[in-house]
Design a protein around this ligand. Structure first.
Ligand SMILES: Nc1nc2c(ncn2[C@@H]2O[C@H](COP(=O)(O)OP(=O)(O)OP(=O)(O)O)[C@@H](O)[C@H]2O)c(=O)[nH]1
Ligand SMILES: [Mg+2]
Length: 377
């Protein structure tokens, strides 16, 4: 495959807790601070099995992994994690650990240091942690050698590494990948329920026996430049499904032509892995950002809210006009009748009144996707 340059990415840390540990407030605070230091964070949530944690680490390919331990024996827990990382080809991660309880004992800290974990105790400031991550990431980047062949049939690990290389600007596909996969883009205002709907759809189409790639775009802020890649938290249960590959993508600013090309290349790599269905959840979209991202989609689904979709809005056109189908979400909260009537009058396009929470309408939406998939099989 041909290669060309793209922009640099922020360092990324995967923050985790051992499966039986239930205290996540310090992680939330750390995430917010790391955003100030231009560091992207992923937090897949509490009660993740080791298998889910490792699969998340493979797919997200973070530079660093941070473990917070409040209960249990840290030497046993982190020793187990270390073995799993090594047997999964993830031995090159920067490892940090923190928490309370036994991790504060000097002999425990010594053993963890010997295993390769940098231990931070509660007296450590967030700033010290951020500086450590940034310094180690810079060092790692200098010594990093990414050599792998990219072609049809790549495994999950190579897909993840190739995506990182594209983000770093070291490798990018410059020729389109031949495949009959369908790319579905979920757009809509922030908080409309894009991730929740994706989660509900994956629950059903994830059982179809096809490979599915999911790219979740979350914003890097205009002030705090790091991103909290939080969409993953909403769809994390599907990490257990071997047919599903989930990757978070941080994004600064709108969807420029260059950005859409970059995302198309991610779709191209997913096709090389064998994905037949590729989902992109966009950052929350407004009218001005919808048309560029539409170019990425074989199917552009617009998530709207019934109480904000009425005849006056539809007379103005805009994003609704671009969509291949409209999903009226949260109908458990708001009756969709008025919006449906307006859509029927103004547009000749499919619309689905749905609730990501109660599951209403999701079967009909999946039948719509199945019909598209049946045409490519
Ligand atoms: N009642 C109700 N709440 C919903 C529904 N779908 C999503 N929500 C809630 O709406 C909030 C936002 O949902 P998300 O799925 O995170 O929305 P999003 O569009 O992905 O948001 P961003 O990624 O931040 O742009 C959450 O609190 C969800 O639980 C729904 O159908 N009904
Ligand atoms: Mg979301």
């Amino acid at each position: 495959m041909g290669i060309k340059e793209v922009e640099m990415k922020s360092p990324k840390i995967l923050l985790i807790k051992p499966p039986l540990d239930g205290h996540d407030r310090p992680i939330h605070d750390l995430i917010v601070f790391l955003r100030k230091r231009n560091i992207d964070s992923i937090w897949p949530g509490l009660q993740q099995s080791w298998t889910q944690i490792i699969k998340t680490a493979i797919e997200e390919d973070p530079d660093a992994i941070g473990v917070s331990v409040h209960t249990g024996d840290p030497v046993v827990l982190l020793g187990h994690l270390k073995k799993l990382l090594e047997s999964s080809g993830l031995e090159n991660k920067i490892l940090i650990a923190g928490g309370s309880g036994e991790i504060t004992f000097p002999d425990v800290r010594e053993k963890l240091s010997a295993m390769g974990f940098k231990v931070f105790l509660s007296a450590t400031t967030h700033d010290e942690i951020a500086k450590y991550i940034l310094r180690e990431c810079r060092e790692k980047e200098k010594n990093q050698q990414n050599e792998f062949a990219v072609g049809h049939g790549i495994p999950r690990e190579i897909l993840a590494a190739a995506i990182t290389s594209q983000e770093r600007g070291s490798l990018i596909l410059s020729t389109p990948v031949e495949s009959n996969a369908i790319t579905v883009v979920l757009g809509g205002p922030t908080g409309a329920g894009k991730s929740s709907l994706l989660n509900a759809v994956l629950e059903r189409v994830g059982k179809r026996g096809i490979k599915i790639a999911v790219f979740l775009c979350d914003p890097r802020g205009p002030k705090l430049k790091g991103a909290f890649l939080g969409d993953r938290l909403v769809v994390q249960d599907h990490t257990s499904n071997e047919n599903i590959f989930i990757r978070s993508v941080s994004q600064f600013g709108n969807y420029s032509k260059k950005r859409v090309t970059f995302l198309k290349n991610l779709a191209g790599l997913a096709k090389l892995w064998g994905a037949k269905l590729i989902f992109f959840e966009t950052i929350g979209l407004g009218q001005e950002t919808s048309s560029a991202i539409k170019n990425l989609a074989d199917l552009f689904l617009w998530v709207a809210l019934p109480n904000e979709t009425d005849d006056l809005r539809l007379m103005k056109g805009g994003a609704h006009e671009l969509a291949d189908a409209i999903l009226l979400n949260k109908i458990d909260k708001e009756p969709a009748f008025r919006a449906e009537l307006a859509l029927k009058e103004r547009f000749q396009k499919p619309y689905f009144p749905v609730s990501a929470i109660t599951g209403e309408g999701i079967d009909a939406l999946c039948e719509f996707l199945d019909e598209k998939l049946s045409k490519i099989k």
